[in-house]
Write a protein that binds this ligand. Structure first.
Ligand code: C2O
Ligand code: CU
Length: 568
């Protein structure tokens, strides 16, 4: 592909996004694209209609009269309290799958359609939930205490969001509504991992076993059904899964009402309160490459407020959006500390003024409100307001909170521990015939044979050459890893002349990335290297981009953990 072609593609993807946003008034001005020829693939699209006229055509939501958009900027702010998801409790046990005399806690979680209030002034919205709200209930096991969870699909038989039947695994010959629950970041046997093709239809359930032989961490669960996971998550199928352990207990971090799981996710709504997922305008192929909603939900609510005491709080922050990355900060410039990453505690707290999270990344944060008694301020994504904090007046003068200096020991894995390095390209292509955009890992499709077969117990370096202008957050199931470095390279040379050359020095991971991760931001035109110990279980798992629209369109590949050759 020549570079003008590549640039056209990139423009195409931005145009698509801008159109989606423009429909809803988030981007008022599409001049950005006025000079550029419109790529063929966009020819069928409806363009940024002024807000309020509704979509020209919407495949799954065809209505005879145009449906009005929600104008989030007109909604009253900070009128709803921030909901905090309930923690699931169970009194039931079932036999351990491998040690039948041992009983383990058993939970039953049913997915269903429920009505929720996303804002005081909006009618209830229909969402799909793992309980009675989205995010669903928080599941909170302890390290060393395995659990069984029966995930029950009690959803309707028809989807309410636009399925693209041309995508891999979403053909017209299979049931529309399918679910596969994945606990993101969990080290579990393959049959319990929510492999995308291992789905259940309404009326079916799957009991998954979670051994919980892993460190305390902020995990989350979400749907992963092949070809429709972006729609299922958008519909509301996500929740927190917080693993606890003694190492973390010993730090006496804020707990109970002082520990708040906070999931941030963007959406589009109609004025009647119902969810809208934009489509390409082609009813036969409604997939869009990315989605940036004009409403940002905090724990499922628009512009909530949260009343806090002037003291230390712990926030488990999750970016549960399909595509949007956030640059979080507090409107009063107050600093906070990050104490944990995707896979648990950092070696030491990292002080931050702003924090960037790509989809699926988590940050464990300590926020000290003690010097802010009696004030109000907001959580921001750059200039977008997400929610408000109201700090109560102080009963006594604030005493400064002491931050633990050391959180836990994390030994950096030496590169010499790796038995091999695998190099992957991340590409965005336009299909030459259909003109449909496609994202690939190493130029391979989902259904091609498994090419990555790390040996159980071995350590490998995986290097991602991002040839695109997007940050792709790459996630590997089963494992945790460390980031080695990021280094820019010449993409034009690489794509056009198959010549590889760096254009700058390697940069170490950011201070708040120097712990165990399961999702890594791969920067544009940059090589990102991670080092991965493949511990856990034998079997087939997946790795993918966590921009859900990309993952749905082939930016996902299987890998298989195999027995070490010397033992085979
Ligand atoms: Cu968050 Cu494949 O997962
Ligand atoms: Cu991607």
């Amino acid at each position: 592909m020549d570079s003008s072609r590549r640039k056209l593609l990139l423009r195409g993807s931005r145009l698509m996004v801008a159109v989606a946003a423009g429909q809803n008034g988030l981007i008022g001005n599409l001049n950005l694209f006025a000079q550029s020829p419109m790529p063929d693939s966009m020819a069928g699209m409806h363009h940024g209609e002024p807000s309020g006229t509704g979509p020209a055509k919407s495949t799954a939501q065809a209505a005879s009269a145009p449906r009005a958009w929600l104008h989030p900027e007109r909604l009253a702010r900070f009128v709803d309290p921030l909901p905090v998801p309930q923690t699931l409790v169970t009194g039931e046990t079932r036999p351990h799958p491998h040690q039948p005399r041992v009983q383990v806690p058993y939970y039953r979680v049913a997915m269903r359609r429920v009505e929720v209030k996303v804002h005081r002034d909006l009618p209830p919205s229909s969402v799909w939930s793992y309980g009675s709200s989205a995010p669903g209930p928080t599941i909170s096991p302890r390290k060393g205490q395995p659990v069984l969870i029966e995930w029950v699909n009690n959803l309707p038989g028809q989807h309410f969001l636009p399925i693209d039947h041309t995508l891999c695994g979403a053909g017209k010959d299979i049931p529309e509504v399918r679910t596969a629950v994945h606990v993101h970041g969990a080290c579990v046997p393959p049959e319990s991992d929510g492999y995308p093709e291992n789905w259940q239809t309404p009326g079916q359930s799957l009991t998954a076993f979670y051994p919980m032989e892993q460190d305390a961490a902020t995990l989350w669960y979400h749907d992963h059904a092949m070809g429709i996971e972006r729609l299922n998550q958008y519909a509301g199928l996500y929740g927190f899964f917080l693993i606890r352990d003694e190492e973390e207990d010993a730090l006496h971090l804020p707990s109970g009402k002082y520990e708040i799981p906070l999931a941030i996710a963007d959406r589009f709504f109609y004025a009647d309160g119902q969810l809208h997922y934009p489509d390409s305008g082609d009813p036969e192929a409604p997939w869009i490459p990315e989605i940036y909603g004009d409403v940002i939900l905090a724990n499922g609510v628009i512009f909530p407020y949260h009343e806090v005491e002037p003291r230390l709080y712990r926030f488990r922050l999750l970016n549960a959006s399909n595509s949007r990355a956030y640059l979080f900060s507090l409107s009063n410039g107050h600093r906070f500390h990050q104490i944990g990453t995707d896979q648990g505690l950092l070696p030491a707290p990292v002080e931050l003024k702003e924090l960037m999270l790509s989809p699926a990344e988590r940050a464990d944060l300590l926020v000290d409100f003690s010097a802010l008694a009696g004030t109000e301020f907001t959580l921001q994504d750059q200039n977008l307001t997400i929610m408000q904090f109201r700090v109560a007046a102080a009963k006594q003068p604030a005493k400064p909170v002491e931050m633990p200096a050391i959180l836990r020991k994390i030994e950096p894995i030496p590169e010499s521990a790796a038995v091999r390095t695998r190099t992957f390209t991340l590409n965005e292509y336009m299909h030459p015939k259909s003109h449909i955009m496609l994202m690939l890992l190493n130029g391979q499709y989902w259904h091609e044979p498994v090419t990555e077969k790390p040996e159980l117990g071995s350590t490998e370096i995986w290097s991602f050459l991002n040839t695109t202008q997007d940050i792709h957050p790459i996630h590997l199931h089963l494992v945790r890893f460390q980031i080695l470095d990021r280094r820019p390279f010449d993409v034009d040379d690489f794509l056009n002349y198959k010549k590889f050359g760096y254009t700058g020095p390697a940069a170490p991971p950011e201070p708040n990335e120097r712990g165990w991760k399961d999702t890594v931001k791969t920067h544009p035109e940059t090589e990102t290297r991670i080092i991965v110990p493949f511990t856990g279980y034998l079997g087939r798992y997946v790795w993918h981009c966590h921009l859900l629209e990309h993952a749905a369109n082939e930016m996902m590949r299987p890998f298989e953990v195999v027995a070490p050759a010397k033992l085979a």
